[in-house]
Ligand binder design. Structure first.
Ligand SMILES: N[C@@H](CCC(=O)N[C@@H](CS)C(=O)NCC(=O)O)C(=O)O
Length: 215
């Protein structure tokens, strides 16, 4: 039996964050889909929050990708994925928080628009795309003082940015990543753990986007 069980799905950027950490740490792990899907009673019997990612490590059961990522980083110190100094750690956590509450959330506003047929909703599309661009501009400014390890802040970004660029392309409004963000992603995209999660996520998102009639 593997030491760690990750509950996840290919489509989730939050799951990717944890999968990348498990792989970078060379942790003995297995990834399983949540039984009956996330939010189900069967899954909540294992991971009470019902969200993915979920991690089971012996009698430690965790949800929330940042809590899990930092748990793994403390448990398996090599390679370190948090800076050694308090300001560096705080800056990494600042980016992780922005990623979860603003960046990924900006892409999420477009999901209902895509589900409902985006061509007949030009105003909602424009508002969603403007929201993604605004979140990227804020992130670009924030990143200036954030140390590069690569640390958790760098590892959280690539799959979400892939989501944003794929969604924008599907809506026929290609997204240009600001140079600082693009440079950070380029620096980690070739790491095997990151490349694997990007490759898992790409067809899963394409398949999801294909499900809906543009309208
Ligand atoms: N803050 C959470 C967000 C995770 C999240 O929103 N996961 C989605 C899938 S991408 C989910 O499980 N949604 C269902 C739910 O929260 O009940 C984390 O970092 O793990």
């Amino acid at each position: 039996m593997a030491e760690f069980t990750l509950y996840g799905i290919a489509l989730s950027a939050y799951v990717a964050k944890v999968r990348i950490v498990l792989e970078m740490k060379r942790a003995d792990h297995v990834e399983l889909p949540p039984p009956d899907g996330y939010g189900s009673a069967a899954y909540r019997a294992i991971v009470p929050a019902g969200s993915v990612p979920g991690l089971v490590h012996g009698d430690v059961v965790l949800s929330d990708s940042n809590a899990i990522a930092e748990y793994l980083d403390e448990l398996i110190p090599d390679p370190p994925l948090m800076p050694a100094d308090p300001a560096g750690r705080a800056r990494v956590r600042m980016v992780l928080g922005f990623h979860d509450t603003r960046l990924e959330a900006s892409a999420r506003t477009l999901y209902p628009v895509i589900r409902a047929g985006w061509r007949s909703r030009p105003e909602a599309v424009a508002a969603g795309l403007d929201g993604m661009v605004a979140a990227l501009e804020r992130l670009e400014a924030m990143l200036a003082d954030v140390p590069r390890g690569p640390f958790l802040s760098d590892l959280a970004l690539p799959v979400t940015l892939q989501t944003m660029t794929m969604i924008a392309a599907r809506l026929e409004r290609p997204l240009q990543l600001p140079p600082g963000i693009a440079g950070r992603v380029e620096a980690v995209a070739a790491l095997p753990a990151v490349a694997r999660s990007l490759a898992l996520h790409r067809p899963a998102l394409a398949e999801w986007l294909d499900r809906f009639d543009p309208g």
